[in-house]
Design a protein around this ligand. Structure first.
Ligand code: ATP
Ligand code: ZN
Ligand code: MG
Length: 299
């Protein structure tokens, strides 16, 4: 009992030192100390990029139509956030905002908040025509939003995701994922983070979702790199290694050079979770972090 109270307090004081709460749970301002490590980590990940990788940085919003077509509403409607605005003449809008229930008058726009950094990549690459024989790897990042139902340490509503996305033949995608499963563990080791890899499934919605999650596990489509951020018993996913098979080429005309449906996969880094794990492991005083870790993070 005493032990779990202590670790709860540790987690609380870690959060207080690094993140400034807002009136909304799971939404924080980040301190300079926290951001220094986020920047170092981003740079460290960039150095792992293959030379021919294309780099794209997305804004925190994306096309609603594209996200609908990708099947997100079927799989994760409970996590989605949309962008809504007031429409009409100046007089109409003025009258609306003077009412206490002005929120009822909001209407959807063509934008949603990106729930993961990689969604905009698939239609974008598909629009360029067939893939080159070597496949395509894209380095993407964006602020992401998920309407999470809890806000324990490491579970934010707004957080940063960095990903490498591979589009190619089934073999190219499987090779990419196997390579990143090893590289991800090497990254964690170089940063002094205790971790383990585990098969995983996505938080699919509803009863049909539970079947989708089981089939994802059976087919080994998702692995996570877990770190004991909140507790040893319930470790936190700080990276994920995903294989989508032909899901995105069923939705978008993504084809390999010989006209076959392309496969896709991605490796995702939860930047805020990884940085919390670094502070939890090495403490709040950067000067006391192991020299090797500081060197990798350029701090
Ligand atoms: P979880 O298992 O924690 O619900 P997830 O499996 O839904 O996460 P992915 O969709 O694989 O997560 O997202 C890629 C990475 O983004 C995760 O491994 C994690 O590091 C990070 N991430 C996901 N959701 C959050 C969140 N709510 N807050 C902070 N980071 C997150
Ligand atoms: Zn992805
Ligand atoms: Mg998960």
């Amino acid at each position: 009992m005493l032990l779990s109270q202590t670790s709860e307090n540790d987690a609380d004081s870690l959060m207080r030192a690094l993140l400034v709460p807002s009136p909304v749970g799971g939404v924080y301002a980040r301190t300079g100390l926290f951001e220094r490590v986020v920047e170092g980590l981003a740079f460290f990940i960039s150095r792992l990029r293959d030379p021919e990788t294309e780099v794209l940085r997305f804004p925190p919003v994306m096309s609603r139509t594209e996200l609908e077509r990708s099947g997100y509403l079927h799989s994760f409607p409970h996590l989605l956030g949309g962008v809504s605005c007031l429409k009409g003449s100046e007089a109409t809008i003025r009258a609306v905002v003077e009412q206490p229930d002005w929120v009822e008058e909001l209407s959807a726009t063509e934008l949603v908040l990106s729930p993961a950094a990689c969604y905009p990549v698939y239609p974008l690459v598909a629009s360029r025509g067939p893939l080159p024989a070597s496949g395509v790897v894209v380095d993407v990042a964006s602020d992401c939003f998920r309407h999470e139902s809890t806000c324990e340490i490491g579970r934010f509503q707004s957080f940063r995701m960095r990903e490498f996305v591979c589009l190619g033949t089934p073999d190219q995608v499987l090779d990419f994922r196997s390579r990143w499963l090893l590289l991800g563990q090497r990254v964690a080791k170089q940063l002094g983070l205790d971790h383990r890899i585990a098969p995983a499934s996505d938080p699919f919605f509803g009863r049909a979702g539970r079947l989708a999650a089981m089939s994802q596990l059976e087919q080994s489509l998702k692995f996570e790199l877990l770190i004991a951020l909140r507790s040893e018993e319930e470790p936190t996913a700080c990276m994920s290694f995903n294989c989508h098979r032909d899901h995105f080429s069923t939705v978008w005309p993504l084809r390999t050079g010989n006209g076959d449906k392309a496969h896709t996969g991605c490796v995702a880094f939860g930047m805020d979770r990884l940085v919390l794990a670094l502070f939890k492991t090495h403490g709040l005083d950067l000067a006391k972090w192991p020299a090797g870790v500081r060197e990798h993070l350029s701090i």
